[in-house]
Every structure is written in C-alpha cells, then in structure tokens.
Design a protein around this ligand. Sequence first.
Ligand code: CP
Length: 313
Amino acid sequence: HRHLLGIEPLKPHEITAILDLADSYVDLNRRPEKHSDALAGLTQINMFFENSTRTQASFEIAGKRLGADVMNMAMQASSIKKGETLIDTAMTLNAMHPDLLVVRHPHSGAVDLLAQKVNCAVLNAGDGKHEHPTQALLDALTIRRAKGRLHRLNIAICGDVAHSRVARSNLILLGKMENRIRLIGPPTLVPGQFADFGAEIYDDMREGLKDVDVVMMLRLQKERMDGGFIPSEREYFHRYGLDAEKLSHAKPDAIVMHPGPMNRGVEIDGTLADDINRSVIQEQVEMGVAVRMAAMDLLAQNLRQSRNTAAAG
Ligand code: CP
C-alpha cells in the first residue's frame, strides 16, 4: 500500500504484519536507547486540523524515534485561516518534498482526497466519523498482548458508536480477524444499520456485557451531536457508564479499554479507569507509539521501493 487511509483495504495478514513489527518497536521503546534509523533522511509533516493529544504526540515521537525530520504544522496559525483550501495547503507542502504526511481532519473523506493530490505517503490520523486506522491497530495490539490472540474473542464496543471513527475502524478490523462483536448503547447512538458490520446490538449494558473478553468504551462525542441524543450525563452514566458492577457481568478477566480522551463519570467510572488490574488504557497509549512507528516504517519501505523502481525505469 502507498497510504494508510483506513483499515478497510487491509488484509488480515497485513494487519498481523503491522502488529508483529509494532511488537518489536514496543521492545525498542522500553530500552534506554530508543532509536532506529528506519526513517533516516525522510521528512514527516503532521497536519492536525482537529484537536489531539495522543495521536499527534505519538506520531511525533514515533517519527523522531525512527530518525525522521518531523515537522508539526500549527494549523491554527496557518494560511487556512486566510481562506486557503485544504488541497492548496497540501499542494504547497507537497512542493517541499515531504515523504510522510500525517493528517487529521473533521470531515470524513478529506484525508483520502488529499492523498490523491500529493506524491508522498499519507497516514489518516482520523477523518470525521469515517476511520482512525492507527487507533484500531493500537487497540488490536493491546488486545493481542493482553489476551494472547486476536481472534474468536467476544468484544463489546459501548456508547457513542454513531459518531465514532474509532468504533468504525475497530468494527472493520476486529471483524476481519473473526471476533464476535457486540455494540451496546441507546438506539440514538447505536443505530440498527451497524448490524451490517456483523455485530449484535444491545440496549442493555448488563445483558450485552455478559461473558465478554474485552470492553471497549467510547467517548460521548458531543461536538458531533446536534443535541437530543442523551437525556443527561447523569442519566447516561447510570444506564450506559461502565462501573465495577456492570463490569462484573463480563468475564472475570475481561479488560477495559478507552481510546481517550475520556469523560470520567460520563461513559466510565474514574476509579475503574485507573484500576490497573482491569484497565489497559495506559497500555493503549504505549502501543500507540509502537503501532505508528510500524505503520510509518512499512509505508517508508514501500515508498523507497517505488522510488527505486521509478529511478531504474
Ligand atoms: N484516541 C485519540 O485519537 O486521542 P486524541 O484525540 O487525543 O489524539
């Protein structure tokens, strides 16, 4: 592949290859000398048109640990504010010969469009409600390391599925790896059409969580709601927020995940989120750096190969 725009085009063996390489980067990241030259000589530009803590920081750290020259565009201070379009901005940066462009954008499909206009590899860091492929890959790596496998698990994805690119990418990835997926939430946030992904839909947390291996909570994405989706945060937490009592319906060794940023006391109880015996939220963040290193390493290998072929031809 030339780009990483979504999980959709990836085959199961390609997902496994990314995770295997990421595992080796977890080892590297735990050493005192956290450095490789896999991206030496390459230029990585991060363009975040939407807020981010985890994804932007981990892409920057990932690039630097692999020896790339990394530049973070301050989009709030860019000429986008003067009316320059996304495509003109991308073309302008493209003329500076970057090798890797990491892009987050509030509109679904914007990153795919941009990828058609530039000569470098593009990585989707989240586009609207569409995909967040590196999040699904880091979630997969976290699950595989915690459970020892990434197939035939019962996995519950809970809460605001409707507005979540994280849920979409996870549904696609976990489905490709032949897991049984349940979606749990109010019908306004888990519309029936999500059954098309092969998932079972539940409105009741205790029923839906019965005997699951993995509980993945989602943030209520109020910035993508027009209002009217939930009665109140207190009522939402009562019915759909994960706490120790609701978790007791899952398997005794079920893990608790959340992509972050989390709303404590809304979709998840803060004490449970911090319980290192159940919650793998910090591991997810650690895996995020390793997965992004692996994704950029593999795309850079493809980029170098295609450039060599073009030079030889
Ligand atoms: N999970 C995630 O994408 O977090 P950020 O929005 O902080 O990058």
